[in-house]
Design a protein around this ligand. Structure first.
Ligand code: ADP
Ligand code: MG
Length: 257
């Protein structure tokens, strides 16, 4: 069953600049769904539209989460349903400590499972316990991403939306973050992530879509996307230099979508 269904969504900036031209996709309960695409494709806009962060948007179309039509809702109301968005800049409070940032993830929770959830986040990212008293801005990029993920998990997401979790990270660290995503997924959390790094994202995703210039040009299983000739050349850099994140820049061949 689709947990999230985005249908023919159109989003504009300043009521005149189109960023999404009728985007449709479905994210099923429990899966990792990856939206790939070059810089400027509309990936961030898509996540912000779903989270209700763009005023009076989407202009057209429908967003259904857990059988509720959430487009037009206030961001707080959408978040209360369990839609948790981790922005590209991680959204941390840099001058607060690691512990204080995690406590913000617990804000509003009064249930008895808080201690257990905190324990499980520390189990997943032991570094967050070691660095508990340290200011967030003193963490490395990878540690900050782990803090952002840990804080997001404390909000008990039903849908975790991540904007370019590998951005700015050394390949080795990006891999650790992606292993954490797999672990989070195993707890039953549905994940919608957007990435320029197709290789990393398709390595963990069950399904995905390619977004180009505000349109979904392809949607399929991760396996099928990895085997698609265009995706391989443009996004995985197969046959070009071994630099996957830059594969899409090398438009050597005409695309067939
Ligand atoms: N705040 C904004 N105001 C006006 N245009 C924007 C704004 N944010 C993004 N855009 C435009 O919308 C398009 C999609 O941007 P974005 O969603 O950030 O793409 P991506 O995340 O895939 O790089 C781009 O053409 C970008 O210039
Ligand atoms: Mg973006």
């Amino acid at each position: 069953m689709a947990l999230l269904k985005v249908s023919s969504v159109e989003t504009l900036y300043f009521d005149r600049i189109y960023a999404l031209f009728g985007v449709s996709l479905e994210v099923e309960e429990g899966e990792i769904f990856a939206v790939l695409g070059p810089n400027g494709a509309g990936k961030t806009t898509l996540l912000r539209t779903i989270a209700g962060l763009l005023k009076d948007q989407p202009k057209k179309g429908e967003i259904v989460f857990d059988n509720r039509r959430i487009h037009g809702w206030q961001p707080e109301s959408i978040a209360r349903l369990g839609v948790v968005y981790v922005p590209e800049d991680r959204g941390l409070f840099k001058e607060l400590t690691v512990r204080e940032n995690l406590e913000l993830g617990l804000w509003g929770r009064r249930d008895a499972d808080v201690a257990r959830d905190l324990e499980s986040v520390h189990g997943m990212f032991p570094i967050l316990r070691e660095r508990a008293g340290q200011e967030a801005e003193t963490l490395s990029g990878g540690e900050q991403q782990m803090l952002a993920l840990g804080r997001a998990m404390l909000r008990r997401p039903r849908l975790l939306m991540l904007d370019e979790p590998s951005l700015g990270l050394a390949p080795r660290i990006a891999k650790v973050v992606y292993e954490a995503l797999t672990a989070i997924s195993r707890t039953g959390t549905t994940i919608l992530l957007v990435e320029q790094n197709a290789r990393l994202a398709l390595g963990v995703a069950r399904r995905g879509a390619i977004l180009e210039a505000g349109r979904v040009v392809l949607e399929d299983t991760a396996k099928a996307l990895m085997e698609d000739e265009n995706v391989r050349e443009l996004y995985l850099g197969v046959g070009t230099a071994d630099e996957p994140a830059q594969g899409w820049r090398q438009y050597r061949r005409r695309r067939r979508w």
